[in-house]
Every structure is written in structure tokens, then in C-alpha cells.
Design a binder for this molecule. Structure first.
Ligand code: HH2
Length: 255
């Protein structure tokens, strides 16, 4: 089976690649529907940027951004809510989302209460500080151990659909990101379904000689293919149409 594609929909003024483009809810909904038409299996709605240095958003503002968009999209495509706030996750699930994409890896109780799926992502530090001096004894072993423990906690809380994500770019240097991609098989071998998000991230720009976020399609696709070929079951991307084609091809090769 082809890996799944999660399309990114940031309803934020300050996300690193598409900040400001979809703050107007009508434009956000139209973009979400376009991602679904391009073949996205899930549309990931987020109202707070997690980019390095991003300022926190208060709960009322985040709810105001995401709820109308979740409500409008949910009848048409599976919606995940990208948040670290329990109240935002709960309200989005109430509004029709069925998956909590949780970069804080702490909201499993909210997912359990709603019978929803949950993505646990690894990160080191918070957005303000995470890229200051990331350090690991063994980045692959540390990330895998953390995610296995989180998945176990979620299962015990009653979540039946648990995904794990190594958190590319979240408190990681370029070499940490490359090591996590190179050894993704270690995470895949846990048997937990793996999500990977490399799309347009800064290490791709750095490795390509300084390309801006909108000019990182090649690196985004290459790393998505590496992840899928290593066994990732889902990739989180901005460029859905191109990635869906790549995912189908990966599925055909693996069949
Ligand atoms: N990356 C971002 C946000 N959410 N969720 C998961 N599961 N995995 C990721 O790698 C991931 C994520 C950051 O990307 P983006 O949403 O494009 O930017 P911003 O956080 O600035 O809104």
C-alpha cells in the first residue's frame, strides 16, 4: 500500500514557509479542499507556529483561527489538529477532527477521551530555545526510547491509533536530522506507524546552499521518499500533489 500523505494547512501569520497565506478562514478552507483534491489523506490544521523562535499564541486566538477551518473541512477529508493545547485539541475533535498531531507528545488523554488518533512527536526544548544548542548522547536511541515510552502511555490511556514522529528540525542540528532519516528503520522496527515531516525545513535549505523555504521541493521530495522507502507510513508535506505521486511510486516499488 502507498504511504499516506498529510497536507500542511497553517492558519497562522508566522509559519516558516506559508505564514500569512491562509489567515483568512475562507482562503484556508479553499486551500485545505485543494490539498484534499490533490490527494492528501489527512489535512493537518495548525493555528500556532512551532518554527524556531516563534511566539506563543493564546488559547482563544488559536481556537478562533482553527475551529471554523476544521469544521468546514471535516465533512470532506480527514482532519488532524496540530496543537499543544488540550483545550484546542478537544474543541477541534468536537468540531470534526479525528487525529491529534501533538508536537508536545503530551495530549494522549484528550485523544483517548474522544476516541481519536494521536501523533506523538519528539522534540528537545521549546520553539524559543530548541535550536540554540541541541545535544544528544545518541540521537536515534534517545528519540526511539522517548517515542516508545509515549506510545505505551497512550495505549494505557486507551488510545488505539498511535503514531510516532521523530520530529525532524525540533531541537536537532542538520546532522541529527540526517542520522534520524538514515536510521529510520530503527524506529520503524518498533512496529509503531511512523510519520515524518521534513517538508521545506531549514536543514534542506542549508544543505542545498541556502535556498528559501518555497524553493525546497527537491529536498522535501527526496527526504520524503527516503522516509517512505525506509518504512514511514505517512509523510507531512506542503507540496501534496508531487508527494502523492512519489508515495504511489514508492508503494508500487514495494508491492
Ligand atoms: N513540523 C512542523 C509542525 N508540525 N507535526 C509533526 N507531526 N511533524 C513535524 O515534523 C511537524 C509538525 C513544522 O512545520 P510547519 O507546520 O510547516 O511550520 P510552523 O510550525 O512554522 O507552522
Amino acid at each position: 500500500m502507498a504511504p499516506l500523505v498529510m497536507g500542511v494547512l497553517n492558519v497562522t501569520p508566522d509559519s516558516f514557509s506559508d505564514g500569512g497565506r491562509f489567515v483568512d478562514p475562507r482562503r484556508a478552507v479553499a486551500h485545505g479542499l485543494a490539498l484534499a483534491a490533490e490527494g492528501a489523506d489527512v489535512v493537518d490544521v495548525g493555528g500556532e507556529s512551532t518554527r524556531p523562535g516563534a511566539a506563543p499564541v493564546d488559547e482563544a486566538e488559536e481556537l478562533r483561527r482553527v475551529l471554523p477551518v476544521v469544521e468546514a473541512l471535516a465533512p470532506h477529508v480527514r482532519v488532524s489538529i496540530d496543537t499543544t493545547k488540550a483545550a484546542v485539541a478537544a474543541a477541534a475533535l468536537e468540531a470534526g477532527a479525528t487525529l491529534v498531531n501533538d508536537v508536545s507528545a503530551s495530549l494522549h488523554d484528550v485523544a483517548a477521551a474522544a476516541g481519536a488518533g494521536w501523533v506523538a512527536m519528539h522534540r528537545q526544548g521549546d520553539p524559543r530555545s530548541m535550536q540554540v544548542a541541541p545535544a544528544y548522547d545518541d540521537v536515534v536511541a534517545d528519540v526511539v526510547a522517548f517515542l516508545v515510552e509515549r506510545a505505551e502511555a497512550a495505549r494505557q490511556a486507551g488510545v488505539t491509533e498511535v503514531w510516532v514522529d521523530p520530529g525532524i528540525g525540533f531541537g536537532k542540528l542538520a546532522r541529527h536530522n540526517l542520522l534520524l532519516l538514515r536510521h529510520l528503520d530503527v524506529l520503524v522496527a518498533t512496529g509503531l506507524p511512523v510519520v515524518v515531516g521534513t517538508s521545506r525545513k531549514s536543514f534542506l535549505g542549508a544543505l542545498a546552499g541556502g535556498t528559501p523555504p518555497d524553493d525546497r521541493l527537491e529536498g522535501s521530495l527526496a527526504t520524503a521518499v527516503v522516509a517512505m522507502a525506509s518504512g514511514a507510513c505517512m509523510v507531512r508535506v506542503h507540496d501534496v500533489a508531487a508527494t502523492v505521486q512519489a508515495a504511489r511510486l514508492v508503494g508500487d516499488v514495494a508491492a
